[in-house]
Design a protein around this ligand. Structure first.
Ligand SMILES: C[S@@+](CC[C@H](N)C(=O)[O-])C[C@H]1O[C@@H](n2cnc3c(N)ncnc32)[C@H](O)[C@@H]1O
Length: 332
């Protein structure tokens, strides 16, 4: 078995999470994947323990194998991270990391239909506790599908593509990822088809986000994770790959730091507002345990260097935001 996923922003994660300060601490990696970031956390803090969470049982097994001897300091938990935080009652973690989305393994080797290349079942599930892309597409109205493509995929041809997908569905011509990719290609202008990215890129991303309720889960998890974080200099980092994710994280951190300017705002911009049924509301207020406060350490998100992007193109849209927890007393 070979590792397929290269962890993004490795140097920046180590630096911003100040790992050397927490020896003997507790880390939570909410998106374990193949364990690349977890390995970094454990190697930089030799007496710390880690809880590694992933919705996907296959990733848990891959991480266990890649982490090798480091696994002895890891508790592996197969769960959606929002559900994990909802029921978490353990000791307060000193470091929490989210590295959102899916791993390279999902795209290249899972056989679960995440990629538009190849010919796989329309699945796209990270865990079989949710319904597959095929089931989702079977039940969506054209209008809702168009809104999903527009909001989650920022797909400008959302309406045409949604109409073509529903036509293909009704003609029983939508069985595999190849059918879906070809349906999308047939629905968009020739210039778009010949563009830099495959025309189905945004459609696949949007459907995957909907299948796994990715934004709702993030929205639900952030407040509980921030509340659980140790108030003794605990740090939490979130790496996003999508503008809606980044907006959710940015405003959640602001709300946690006492900035109430997100109140009543939606995570979508005005031009998307007619499709706002699918856009998560921003987290505009957050109640932390009494006497605790959050300080934002990254006013602007941390981006990968040019060297990282050329070595690992999958990192190109990554953005890291980090906060630190303290007590109100300390900040006086
Ligand atoms: C980008 S990968 C993480 C890669 C990891 N940092 C590494 O270095 O190998 C994201 C992982 O999070 C998992 N995931 C995505 N959304 C999740 C959720 N809501 N709850 C739990 N796991 C989730 C995916 O299954 C995937 O393995």
């Amino acid at each position: 078995m070979e590792r397929t996923h290269v962890p993004v922003l490795p140097t920046e994660v180590v630096e911003f999470l100040k790992l050397e300060q927490v020896n003997g601490g507790l880390f939570v990696d909410c998106t374990l994947g193949e364990g690349g970031h977890s390995a970094l956390l454990l190697e930089h803090s030799p007496d710390s323990r880690l809880i590694g969470v992933d919705a996907d049982a296959t990733m848990i097994e891959r991480a266990r194998s890649f982490l090798g001897p480091l696994s002895s300091r890891v508790e592996f938990v197969q769960a959606w991270y929002d559900e994990f935080w909802n029921s978490y009652s353990g000791p307060r973690p000193h470091r929490i990391l989210f590295d959102l989305g899916i791993s390279t393994f999902h795209l290249s080797a899972s056989g679960r239909g995440f990629a538009f290349r190849g010919d796989e079942p329309l699945d796209m599930r990270l865990s079989d506790s949710v319904r597959s892309a095929a089931e989702l597409l079977e039940n969506l109205s054209q209008e809702d599908l168009a809104d999903i493509l527009y909001v989650y995929g920022e797909e400008r041809y959302s309406r045409r593509i949604a109409a073509a997908i529903l036509r293909a569905r009704d003609e029983h011509a939508l069985r595999t990822t190849r059918d879906l990719a070809e349906t999308v290609a047939s629905a968009v202008p020739a210039a778009y088809r010949r563009g830099r990215n495959n025309p189905a890129t945004r459609t696949f991303q949007a459907i995957r986000i909907a299948v796994n309720s990715e934004l709702e889960r993030l929205r639900a998890a952030l407040p509980s994770a921030l509340a659980a974080l140790s108030a003794d200099g605990g740090r939490m980092g979130v790496i996003t790959f999508h503008s809606l994710e980044d907006r959710l994280v940015k405003w959640a951190f602001r709300a946690a730091s006492g900035d109430d300017s997100a109140v009543g705002r939606s995570a979508v911009t005005a031009k998307h507002s007619n499709a706002s049924k699918f856009a998560p509301k921003l987290i505009d207020t957050m109640v932390l345990p009494a006497g605790e406060r959050i300080r934002i350490l990254t006013r602007k998100p941390v981006l990968p260097s040019d060297e990282e992007v050329s070595a690992n193109p999958a990192s190109r849209s990554a953005k890291l935001r980090v906060v630190e927890k303290g007590t109100v007393e300390e900040s006086r």
